[in-house]
Design a protein around this ligand. Structure first.
Ligand code: PLP
Ligand SMILES: N[C@@H](CCOP(=O)(O)O)C(=O)O
Length: 464
């Protein structure tokens, strides 16, 4: 499989090079040159397979000759052997129509582990035997940071620097990053919001001399491999609910548009997806974009769902690329316009091509109501997953369509929000028992490109 940039000016790469590159050198995002297809028979054949087997089959066309099939299968077995549930991503039924897809049974209790456990192994495999060093710089609104650090801590040929908005992640999320004591892991608290952190990461990639010197790499969903790994659970869940014979709908709590874009990729590959519901909190740029073509970034409002407090959604560029007929020249102009003004009007004929998606903006009261409803049905939800469930319940889909809400984080990551909604908290799983006592390692820096570049450039062990 070959990968092209959404902006058309970067080299075409294979899977290994695209994984190590992260962001394309022209500022665009890598996407497959064409969507691979799984036949109806191949999808039906996924029934009864383990998560790791399913992953190896679904990922194979994206990986091409970058790994032989036995190695891919072995990496998937290793990555998903680290999950606390035997089904890896179990489905839980809530009522006659609604299901939860629990994506939080990995080491850091959020859906990010599903992709990052594998990505850590891919990095290691692709670096093996060479003298290349990677300097990962990422942005996190809470969950990517700890999942990425967990995936690469103590690796000899990798350094990782995670930028997070100071005071805008939960205590558990922050401690999951900052209590890691590893020579290659750096948690950096910056002034500002997630969008500021993400813009700094992209600006570092845009400095090609710096990026090449340190071997800059990405763990955010700007890295194609992250998204590819997230496509798997759409197949895994849908097949358990009757696909390919029966279409299944998904509701996805959304921020950077990575998780729901992975669902779109599954549909492009042939999975019968009835609907993709994009559920936002009050930071609703994606809802406005899909409902009325208004993709304009306001300021980020802090909410009880910090990981979704995002107004510039990186992966929306990947959808816009398809909506613009994969015309990279046009899209490059559109994105340059957005970067200059932070606003974009999506013309009606372009928006009309996004018919698989619907969207909903869920406010705090509706989120709390969904947490209480789920609690009544026997489940404690985290607030992000509750945003997804609230949107699912409001969608009005025919009762015969199974509707799966992606449960993206464990409720123990957000004890205050959960207790305030339902009067009880979910305990931290035993394996995270000492988290609240550990010493924190964090550097506070201003959100200034020069300062961040200097810090990363002098701390990375690339030249050591
Ligand atoms: C718990 C949780 N839910 C939902 C999201 C939103 O996912 P995405 O950014 O892929 O849209 C995030 C962050 O990415 C998250 O951490
Ligand atoms: N919500 C994320 C923010 C970054 O998203 P990503 O999927 O692009 O890594 C977080 O919690 O860190």
């Amino acid at each position: 499989m070959r990968y092209i940039s959404t902006r058309g000016q970067a080299p075409v790469l294979g899977f290994k090079a695209a994984t190590l590159a992260g962001l394309a050198s022209d500022g665009g995002l890598y996407v497959p040159e064409a969507w691979p297809r799984l036949s109806e028979a191949a999808i039906a054949d996924l029934a009864g397979r383990s998560y790791a087997e399913t992953a190896a089959i679904v990922l194979a066309p994206f990986i091409g000759d970058a790994l032989d099939p036995a190695t891919l299968r072995e990496l998937c077995e290793t990555a998903y052997g680290r999950f606390a549930h035997p089904a890896v991503t179990p489905l839980v039924q809530l009522d006659g129509q609604h299901w939860l897809l629990e994506l939080f049974h990995g080491p850091t209790l959020a859906f990010k582990d599903v992709a990052l456990q594998l990505l850590g192994l891919l990095f290691e495999r692709f670096l093996a035997g060479g003298d290349r060093h990677l300097t990962i710089v990422g942005a996190t609104s809470g969950d990517t940071g700890s999942a990425a650090i967990e995936a690469v801590a103590n690796r000899a040929h990798i350094d990782i620097f995670m930028l997070y908005p100071d005071g805008r992640v939960s205590d558990v999320q922050r401690r999951q990053m900052t209590t890691v004591d590893a020579p290659n892991a750096h948690s950096i608290a910056i002034d500002g919001d997630f969008d500021t952190a993400q813009a700094l990461v992209k600006a570092l990639f845009a400095d090609r001399a710096f990026a090449d010197r340190v071997g800059l790499a990405a763990v955010n969903s700007i890295n194609w491999a992250r998204l590819a790994a997230q496509v798997v659970y759409y197949f895994y869940a849908a097949v358990r609910l009757g696909a390919p014979g029966r279409p299944v709908a998904f509701s996805v709590p959304t921020g950077n548009f990575g998780d729901v874009f992975a669902g779109y990729v599954a549909a492009c590959m042939g999975l019968p997806v009835a609907r993709l519901i994009v559920a936002t909190n009050v930071n609703d740029i994606l809802h406005r974009a899909l409902a009325r073509g208004d993709y304009s970034a306001g300021t980020v409002a802090p909410t009880a769902t910090p990981s979704m407090d995002i107004q510039v959604s990186s992966n929306f560029e990947r959808l816009l690329f398809d909506l613009h007929g994969r015309d990279a020249g046009t899209l490059a102009g559109v994105m340059r316009g957005f970067e200059a003004t932070r606003a974009m009007a999506i013309p009606e004929p372009v928006r009309a091509r996004a018919g698989l998606f619907s969207s909903a903006r869920i406010d705090h009261a509706a989120m709390v109501e969904a947490m209480r409803w789920a609690h009544g049905a026997g489940t404690i939800l985290d607030p992000h997953s509750a945003i997804g469930l609230a949107a699912a319940r409001a969608a009005g889909l025919p009762r015969e369509v199974p509707l799966v809400t992606l449960a993206t984080a464990h409720p123990a990551k957000f004890p205050e929000a959960v207790t305030s909604a339902i009067g009880t908290a979910a305990p931290l799983p035993a394996r995270l028992g000492a988290l609240m006592e550990g010493r924190e390692h964090v550097t506070h820096l201003p959100a200034t490109l020069d300062v961040i570049r200097e810090f990363v450039g002098t701390r990375t062990r690339v030249a050591a």
